[in-house]
Structure formats: C-alpha cells, structure tokens
Design a protein around this ligand. Structure first.
Ligand code: GLC
Length: 538
C-alpha cells in the first residue's frame, strides 16, 4: 500500500462561525481560530478543515458564495486568513478549505448577469430551461425556480438562493480552476469538496419515477471527465490533499472518484451512515464497514466520521448523551480512530458536546430545517408535530457555539451569539475537560497519539469477528507482526462473551481502554460494561 502523509492524518473540522468570537459580533472568526490553534495542536490533529469563509450573503452558512476570492467580513479579512494559514503551518499542521463549486449564491455577479437577459454572456454559466421537471432539491420541493425577468426556470440542487453552475460550459470550468489556483498559490494544503459528485447533470432532465429519492442529482455521466480535468489542470501540480463530499455512492462508484489510478480525488465522505442511519443500527453499520473495506482497501482511501456541521452530534444521535455521555463519546472515538480510513473530529466532539433541543422553531437558524418546516406546515400538518419530527436530525444540533468554559456564553463570545448556546455548557466545556485527566478530550488525544506511533491503525488490514453479535463490535487490525483487537460494547447493557479462539490463547496487553479501571484482561472470558471500549495488542 502506498504511504502518504494524508492517510496518516487526523482532521479537525473548524466550523469557524461557532468556534471562537474575538470581536464580539456573535460570530466566530478567523482570528478566533488563530487564538485556538494551540488547543487543536494540543489535541494532536494534523489538518484543519475550515468551513466556507468566502464572500456570501450567508443564507446557507457560507455555502452560498458570492465572491470566491474574498473573506466574509463576519469571518475577518484576507490578512486574517493569511495569518491563519501561516500560524497553522508554523505549528506543523495543514489547512484545507471548503470548495463549493456545484453552485454559487444568487448574488454572485455571474448569476446577476446570467438572469438579466437570455443573451447575456453569462447566461450559460447556469442552467436555464423553459420548463421544470418533477425533481426535488435538497432544500425545496422543486429544483427549478421560475425567474420573471426572462420567463425561464433556473436549476438549483439546494436552496433557491443557490443556483447550480453549468459545468458543461468550459468557461465555467476555467473560472473555477483559476479560482482554485488562487487559493492553492497562497499555500493551502487542499480542499474538502462540497457535493462534488453533483457537478454533472442528467442529460435532458427526464422526470423521475420517484421524485423523493433525489439520487438523480448525483453521479451523472460526465462527472469523471470534469474531475479528471480538474486534477490534470490544477490538483496534480500541487502537493495537496482532497476529500470529496460524495452522497449516493456504493464502494464501486466511490472507487471511480478516489481510486489511486484514477487521477481524481484522494478520499471521500460517503453517507451510508450519516444520511441513512438515523439511529444506531449495529448490523447495518458492520455491513457498511465490511462492504466499503472490501470494495476499497488497497485501491482507494476512505474517511471515518459520525458527525459534522450537517449531522447531529454523535453522542446524541448514536450514543447516550446523559447517563453514558463520556463512555459513549470515547467508545465511538475508539471506533472512528481504529476503523480503516482517515478520522475526522468535528469541533466539540473531542469534549463530548451534545445536540440541542431548543423550544421553538424560531431558535433554529438552518435553512434546510426552516424550509422543511414551512413546507410541511404548509400542507396543513400540526406545527408542533412537524417541529418535533425535525429535532433529531436538525443540522443546528451540531452548529451551536463551542464551549470553552463555564462563563457566560460558554466563553464563545462577549456579544450575542448568532445561535443560542447549548445550556449544558456549564458542565461540558474545554476548561473542565482540560482539568480532568479522565476527560473525553484526553482520550481523543491518546488515540491520536497512538496513530502516530502505530502504523497498524492506518495501514493494518481489517478483519471483523463476532459479526452477528448485536451489542459488540470487534475487529482485528493487522500489519506485519503487529496484531490488534478492538472490542466495543456499543450498548447500554453489560455483556459477557468469549474472545475468539485465535485471540484467547495468545498473551495480550491493553493498548487503551475507556474505563478507568481495566478489568478486561485475564482469560478469554470478558465482560464489557456499557459503551466500554478496549484495544488489545498481541
Ligand atoms: C454540503 C454542505 C452543507 C450545505 C450543502 C450545500 O452538503 O456540507 O452544509 O448546505 O452542501 O452547499
């Protein structure tokens, strides 16, 4: 297997608007990220992924870009950005930025021109049709918005304020490639590519038989030509790392994007867990991991994440955020850092932050949730029922401000935060975590350190055992003579079991465990407590 720096890296995702506010406007900022870099370094992360901070009217928290080459004033200035990059590098870390090129903002000058008349030179930068088809967008009932000025519809995969670019137009591609060089020439270390498999559209936009299944938006013919062209003209000229956000893919499709022989991307996020597994489902999770491992290992590189700015915090969604918060946070951490693929830590995950439950829809900000609420109540459904139904997976679950300490506003801002702080900050915060040697933070730190010391965590093969067990997830990772067994009790009940024979007869030592007293050693018979995690080395 080819070794590369990024395969060995751990990424820390900074949702800057909720990270640390230094100017009191209620939004985190790049200066705030700079001031907290030592904290990220202390955790041990190698790469910082910065969510979009470009010029934007901000209807979708920066994913609606109106100026690709400037910094949003809420985040700071280009000077702040350059200092941030320098400070990241000074600490031996890398910085990757979000690349959002499936769509722009409707305020982008290209779109302002495009919509102004049918013969405007920018008309063909976007997708215009005389008629709409029956497709749904991610955020609205139709992918098409009628525009009165020219009496045609434009296409949008997300909000109406996010018109999709027309990648068939070579001028669009050149503009985007040029913009990518602009950032790469500043010295950034790569991109997280937003919904990158949506760039190519289905020819002719045929009606869908099941319009609610929106997978017609992605993986369409032409996509690999665009990505290969991007690689050829831009990416291959830099030593950078790319991760594509790639919904609706199987491992077979996935390999087409990240296969090491393909000349496209380095790694991907697939969404078989985060988009389709609302609650923990052991059998399904194991099946997904096995299929992706078998489909990709040795040929392409995967990612491991259980939450991010779009997906509810993992302790709330998959673990237990009250009785077993620390145990479930560290159990899932063990999982993420020992499965094959690059682990991602979403800010606050490392202290076991939880999802929120605000009282009314007015306390929420996310356009996806608000649009859905409007759409469903518009059909006459009971507003409270709609509200309740949206809470579990609401994107704002993960977007509340970072908890730095137990002072007012969790030490995030001296002003009024753009979204309310999760009320449990007095108990769950960075200051408390740093003061407690048994905190979730130090457990993450240890796991990340282990990865730097033991290549088996990166390059070791993966062999699941106890495959039908409903509570336990266990697997070997093996590299040369180094053999590890990871055993996780992903449940709220204690469970006894026998180690597989191949492991029971060999002497073993504990590499790490998430309960303070390690009672798991001894014979082949083990009892694992709720959310107990242990790694053995043979
Ligand atoms: C991605 C982003 C999400 C955004 C969407 C549209 O899924 O992660 O936050 O709303 O793309 O850009």
């Amino acid at each position: 297997m080819k070794k590369t720096w990024w395969k060995e890296a751990v990424v820390y995702q900074v949702y800057w608007r909720s990270f640390y506010d230094t100017d009191g406007d209620g939004y985190g900022d790049l200066e705030g990220v700079i001031r907290k870099l030592d904290y990220i370094k202390e955790l041990g992360a190698d790469v910082v992924w910065l969510n979009p901070c470009y010029g934007s009217p901000d209807v979708d928290n920066g994913y609606d870009i109106s100026d690709y080459r400037s910094i949003m004033p809420k985040a700071g200035t280009m000077d702040d950005f350059e200092r941030l990059l320098q400070e990241v590098h000074a600490r031996g870390m890398k910085l990757i930025m979000d690349l959002v090129v499936n769509h722009t903002s409707d305020q982008h000058p290209w779109f302002v021109e495009s919509r102004s008349s049918k013969d405007n030179p920018y008309r063909d930068y976007y997708i215009w049709r005389k008629e709409a088809n029956n497709w749904r967008s991610y955020f609205t009932p139709s992918t098409w918005e009628y525009d009165e000025t020219t009496g045609e519809y434009y296409f949008h995969s997300f909000a109406t304020e996010q018109p999709d670019l027309n990648w068939e137009n070579p001028k669009v591609r050149e503009e985007i490639f040029d913009m990518m060089r602009f950032w790469l020439d500043k010295g950034i270390d790569g991109f997280r590519m937003d919904v990158i498999n949506l760039l190519a559209k289905q020819a002719g936009f045929p009606d869908a038989e099941h319009p609610d299944v929106i997978s017609y938006l992605g993986n369409n013919p032409g996509i690999h030509d665009y990505l290969q062209e991007m690689h050829e003209k831009v990416l291959k000229h830099y030593d950078v790392f790319t991760v594509g956000e790639i919904p609706f893919v199987t491992p077979e499709d996935g390999l087409l994007y990240v296969g090491e022989d393909r000349g496209e991307l380095n790694t991907l996020f697939h969404f078989e867990v985060c988009d389709y597994m609302a609650h923990w489902d052991m059998a399904r999770f194991k099946e997904i991991q096995k299929r992706w491992y078998e489909g990709m290992w040795g040929r392409g590189w995967n990612s491991q994440f259980l939450n991010n700015h779009d997906h509810t915090r993992l302790v709330t969604r998959f673990g237990n955020d009250t009785t077993f918060r620390t145990e479930s946070a560290t159990c899932f951490a063990t999982l993420l850092h020992t499965l094959p693929g690059m682990p991602y830590v979403y800010q606050g995950e490392e202290i076991g932050m939880t999802g929120v439950r605000f009282d009314t829809i007015d306390d929420y900000n996310d356009i996806a949730m608000k649009n859905k609420y409007k759409e469903e109540t518009g059909k006459g459904r009971d507003p409270q029922e709609v509200f309740e139904s949206l809470l579990h997976l609401a994107r704002d679950n993960s977007r509340t401000p970072m908890h730095w300490d137990d002072s007012s506003m969790a030490g995030f801002t001296g002003g009024t935060p753009w979204i309310k702080v999760n009320p449990n900050y007095k108990e769950i915060n960075v200051a408390a975590a740093l003061a407690d040697p048994n905190s979730v933070f130090y457990y993450y730190k240890k796991l990340i350190q282990l990865r730097k010391e033991h290549e088996v965590m990166v390059y070791g093969s993966y062999e699941p055992v106890l495959e039908d067990h409903p509570q336990l997830y266990a697997y070997f990772r093996t590299l040369g003579t180094e053999k590890w067994l990871i055993v996780l009790n992903i449940s709220e009940q204690s469970v006894s079991f026998e180690l597989p024979e191949s492991a029971a007869s060999v002497s073993r030592e504990t590499v790490i465990t998430n309960y303070p007293d390690d009672h798991a050693g001894g014979s082949g018979a083990l009892t694992m407590r709720p959310f107990e995690a242990v790694i053995y080395r043979f």
